[in-house]
Design a protein around this ligand. Sequence first.
Ligand SMILES: [Zn+2]
Length: 60
Amino acid sequence: MTRSRSRSEEGSNEGVTAQYYHVVCHDCRVESLEVDAEDARNMADRHDEKTGHSVTVGRL
Ligand SMILES: [Zn+2]
């Protein structure tokens, strides 16, 4: 009886790491968590345009 040593590893799912973008306003209490970089940027831009506040997007 031969024992197969080939084991299929299903634990390796590379590239599926979730990336979050934290949008924070420094001039008011607005903050948001986005999964899309573009969404985060749009949100920051819009808030900045509307209020003139300084908004930063940080990657988590
Ligand atoms: Zn603000």
